[in-house]
Design a protein around this ligand. Structure first.
Ligand SMILES: NC(=O)c1ccc[n+]([C@@H]2O[C@H](COP(=O)([O-])OP(=O)(O)OC[C@H]3O[C@@H](n4cnc5c(N)ncnc54)[C@H](OP(=O)(O)O)[C@@H]3O)[C@@H](O)[C@H]2O)c1
Length: 378
């Protein structure tokens, strides 16, 4: 096992009381694992939307000059006043970033679970993947199958388990089909492959014609484009055809969640049903699991009273999952790492490049198919 250095480089995100975001690459002590932890030498970590929300703190990164005079690479950007109010709890804290990554376990605590991983190449979930080394709990490590590289395993936690968690939630809550928004996303493509393999009816909602083409190419049957004038009628037809009464909404702002509930209501009420001012009694649920659109959610209620809109978070879901189910889901991710759960990356960047304002401007877009991978040791 190579010697672990006493210090390491790590990306940090700080919101100052003056209303500024400050990104830096700090040199910090390499942490030592507690008995039930492992230390991973991080080889690759994806930049996912939830990481970007913490990293960039909704700052105006279009106006982010690099601080050439600083000892460590540093970038600052202004944060708007209303956003600052929402960030009050993190002001003044230099925060680590990176929800997942992959690498080699180079040190382990004394617990048998931690020791068993020593030397293994793992995907892991944690809170500081954007650094040269990161701590993780053995429960949150996925030993990669033989031949798989850290790049293959960098996104083996968050999106795969979220996509699988959606199908598990559907079954657990008695629904038989799904609606999914921002469906051309990395996660959306995984969900599509799972649903095709498992025979789960799926309605994919996207916002551009080229995303319709992409998902059709992958085998999607129902794809509704919210930019089209026929969107609502298309959605009703797709919901009718699939019987989907549960939606996972990554957009999380504007009118989309309400439109989905309205479409479900139209779809479940037979044309010859007698009028009821209370609407149908078929339960309809939208789980908001992303915040791609920061506007408030607007519900235009034509969907009766049997409905719900709630939040859904992977960590909360995993907390409710019996260990044997977690092992089953992780086993599937490992077995299908380079097929169902494959992630493609358009850009590979170093820690220093992650602070280049031109690079920040590109990864902040979170555009379809444009996924960045951080290589902390490059
Ligand atoms: N709750 C959880 O536990 C959890 C876990 C994992 C992931 N997530 C969420 O899952 C979502 C997808 O993640 P990912 O890594 O798969 O993303 P990704 O590959 O980076 O793709 C983002 C997608 O969102 C679309 N998009 C961006 N802004 C949009 C908007 N305002 N309205 C509609 N579509 C928009 C993009 O389409 P364009 O090209 O048209 O911009 C793109 O297809 C994210 O919201 C993420 O936060 C949540």
């Amino acid at each position: 096992m190579p010697e672990t250095p006493a210090t390491m480089r790590q990306l940090r995100s700080l919101v100052t009381p003056e209303g500024e975001l400050r990104l830096s690459v700090a040199t910090v002590d390499t942490p030592s694992p507690r008995p039930e932890q492992v230390l991973v030498r991080v080889e690759a970590a994806p930049l996912n939307p939830s990481d970007l929300a913490l990293l960039l703190a909704m700052a105006d990164v279009g106006r982010a000059p690099a601080d050439e005079g600083a000892a460590e690479p540093t970038v600052t950007a202004p944060i708007a006043e209303p956003v600052m109010r929402a960030l009050a709890a993190r002001v003044g804290q230099s925060m680590t970033v990176g929800n997942e990554g992959a690498g080699v376990v180079v040190a382990a605590g004394e617990s048998p679970e931690a020791q068993a991983l020593l030397g293994a190449t793992v995907g892991f979930s944690g809170t500081a993947a954007y650094g040269e080394y990161a701590l993780a709990s053995p429960r949150m490590c996925l030993p990669l199958p033989g031949g798989a590289t850290p790049v293959d395993g960098a996104s083996s936690f968050v999106n795969p388990l979220t996509a699988l968690g959606m199908v598990e939630t559907m079954r657990r809550e008695g629904h038989t089909g799904l609606v999914h928004t921002a469906a051309a996303s990395n996660l959306g493509q995984m969900l599509l492959r799972i649903c095709l393999a498992d025979g789960v009816p799926l309605v994919n909602v996207v916002r551009r014609p080229e995303q319709v083409a992409l998902l059709r190419e992958l085998g999607a049957e129902h794809v509704c484009d919210s930019s089209q004038p026929t969107f609502f009628a298309d959605l009703v037809a797709a919901v009718k055809a699939t019987g989907a009464t549960l939606a996972f909404d990554a957009v999380g702002g504007g009118r989309l969640a309400g439109e989905i509930l309205n479409a479900m209501e139209v779809a479940v009420v037979p044309a010859d049903a007698p009028y009821s001012r209370y609407g149908s009694d078929v339960p309809k649920q939208v789980y908001v699991y992303g915040a791609l659109d920061p506007r408030p959610i607007e519900l235009s209620r034509r969907f009766g009273f049997a409905w719900g809109v709630g939040g859904w978070l992977l960590t909360t879901f995993l907390g409710t999952l019996p260990l044997e189910d977690l092992i089953r889901l992780r086993g599937r991710v490992a077995a299908e790492l380079t097929t169902t759960f494959a992630s493609g990356y358009t850009d590979r960047i170093s820690l220093t490049e992650a602070l280049d304002p031109a690079v920040i401007g590109r990864y902040a877009q979170q555009a379809t198919g444009q996924k960045f991978l951080l290589l902390p040791h490059s």
